[in-house]
Write a new protein. Structure first.
Length: 93
């Protein structure tokens, strides 16, 4: 049973190694959204996602962006500001 879990984990890790970001999606100039815009977009993600279901003009992720710093801000916005860490830290009764 444990061997199947380890095999599935190894398969997922192998597949995730194939993931990459398209170079056209990363812009190095000063006008591309960076960390602070990523933080904001992560925070408003639930509202933007609902809006994107009804309108093609609403996106939940900015492309192009500045790359890793935008992604880091987006992650923090979703997990910290969006309540992800709050729900995970509550004690279960």
């Amino acid at each position: 049973m444990h061997i199947a879990r380890y095999a599935a984990l190894a398969l997922l890790l192998t597949l995730s190694a194939c993931a990459s970001q398209v170079d056209a999606g990363v812009v190095r100039d000063g006008g591309a959204p960076g960390f602070w815009w990523g933080l904001w977009h992560g925070f408003v993600f639930p509202f933007a996602w609902v809006g994107s279901l009804f309108s093609d003009d609403i996106a939940v992720y900015a492309v192009p962006n500045s790359g890793g710093w935008y992604d880091f801000g987006f992650f923090l916005g979703i997990t910290v500001l969006g309540g992800g860490s709050v729900f995970g830290s509550k004690k279960r009764r």
